[in-house]
Design a protein around this ligand. Structure first.
Ligand SMILES: O=P(O)(O)OC[C@H]1O[C@H](OP(=O)(O)OP(=O)(O)O)[C@H](O)[C@@H]1O
Ligand SMILES: Nc1ncnc2[nH]cnc12
Length: 184
């Protein structure tokens, strides 16, 4: 591991990724007091950082479809799907989809949430890679995995930009192939 400001970057990833890690913005007391919010917006806005992050998220996984989580997982996941030549399925917050195949409720670092799988999206037997921006408590990832597997697809793993290790989200998905680019 090498250190770039407050994040650790996996040593097998290149220096450009280290620069991308330095672009993650820390916002105190958002969305509520006591939460230090990590905003990947500046990483997406930087052409080179966006490219290396998207390439790294898809690397070392074998998948036929990307499953991205609303909202920032849509931005990353759709880019990974395009870069690696697969389709994309978005898991949405409740009330957004015109036709829902399945729903899972779960707990977050700040409150509760639910995710819904669109009807006629995942195909049984597909190898799905879940993509999102942040691993915090792991509730979102565990819910996503459940939706993928209940659809009959194979959840081959997950790729995320940032892991907030003090929240120990890995314990929620400990028996799964979860890769994160930066760890704090
Ligand atoms: O590991 P967890 O504790 O489950 O938290 C991680 C999730 O929290 C954030 O999403 P949020 O629900 O804030 O939605 P947003 O992307 O729409 O802002 C983040 O983008 C992850 O999806
Ligand atoms: N601290 C945090 N920053 C960004 N996204 C999050 N999701 C859950 N906790 C978060």
């Amino acid at each position: 591991m090498t250190t770039n400001d407050s994040f650790h970057v996996s040593a097998d990833l290149d220096a450009e990724l280290g620069r991308a890690a330095g672009l993650v913005r820390e916002v105190p007391d958002f969305p509520e007091p006591g939460v230090l919010f990590r905003d990947i917006g500046p990483v997406l806005a930087d052409r080179d950082a966006f490219r290396v992050v998207v390439d790294a998220l898809g690397r070392s996984h074998t998948f036929d479809v990307v499953v991205g989580i609303e909202a920032r997982g849509f931005l990353l996941g759709a880019a990974v799907a395009h870069a690696y030549g697969t389709g994309f399925v978005g898991l949405r917050k409740p009330g957004k989809l015109p036709a829902v195949a399945d729903r899972v409720d779960y707990a977050l670092e700040y409150g509760t949430a639910a995710l819904e799988l669109p009807a006629e999206s995942l195909i049984a037997g597909q190898r799905a890679l879940v993509v999102d921006d942040v691993l915090a408590t792991g509730g979102t990832l565990a819910a996503s995995r459940k939706l993928v597997e209940r659809a009959g697809a194979e959840a081959v793993g997950a790729s995320l930009v940032l892991e907030l290790s003090p929240l120990d989200g890995r314990q929620a998905v400990s028996d799964w192939n979860v890769r994160t680019l930066f760890t704090t």
